[in-house]
Design a binder for this molecule. Structure first.
Ligand SMILES: Nc1ncnc2c1ncn2[C@@H]1O[C@H](COP(=O)(O)OP(=O)(O)OP(=O)(O)O)[C@@H](O)[C@H]1O
Ligand SMILES: [Mg+2]
Ligand SMILES: [Zn+2]
Length: 154
């Protein structure tokens, strides 16, 4: 540990979400529905230096797994995130988030008159135009969604 680092408590069992794009940790916390009132140990690091990214955020949560639907949402705003499962203080599993070329159901089209927003039984469908910074195009109306449009839905 170098003199510029500060040691915080390790978590015993839980999840470490690492390599979150710098500045997006609080959005990840929001996706997880965590308010901070849950009586869990949680550590959030924002804009810390990273070897692979320039800066990164990290979220560490005791006693909590991350559901597949949450992982899919995290992938949209933090495409380089790594999900580490911690058991007995050790990382026992590491998952990289994946951004599929086609995204269905997890987000809504920003265009209110898009057929995917009507009463028709049509669920949303987007094509991944760009990963980072995020750009999605709607299969039905061609609307372009960026990261801020996606974040406002979480
Ligand atoms: N018990 C724990 N409590 C809190 N954080 C932990 C714990 N164990 C590991 N971590 C954190 O989880 C992340 C992944 O740990 P790991 O030991 O796999 O690091 P790494 O080798 O740097 O991984 P990567 O190659 O994914 O960057 C690191 O940010 C590490 O600090
Ligand atoms: Mg590392
Ligand atoms: Zn649309």
């Amino acid at each position: 540990m170098s003199s510029t680092e500060l040691r915080v408590s390790k978590i015993k069992e839980g999840t470490v979400i690492d390599h979150i794009s710098g500045g997006y940790a609080l959005d990840v916390v929001k996706i997880l529905g965590i308010t901070g009132k849950e009586n869990r140990v949680m550590t959030i690091a924002i804009n810390v230096p990273s070897k692979s990214l320039k800066v990164k955020d990290i979220v560490k949560i005791e006693g909590r797994a991350v559901k597949p639907r949450e992982v899919n949402r995290i992938a949209l705003i933090a495409p380089h995130a790594t999900i580490n499962i911690v058991r007995n203080y050790k990382v026992v599993k590491k998952l990289e988030v994946k951004l599929p070329k086609v995204i269905e159901e997890i987000i809504k089209c920003a265009n209110p008159s898009c057929i995917s927003n009507s009463n028709e039984p049509v669920s949303s469908k987007f094509y991944m135009e760009k990963k980072d910074p995020l750009l999605l195009s709607c299969h039905y109306c061609g609307s372009i969604l960026e990261k801020s449009d996606v974040l406002s839905q979480f």
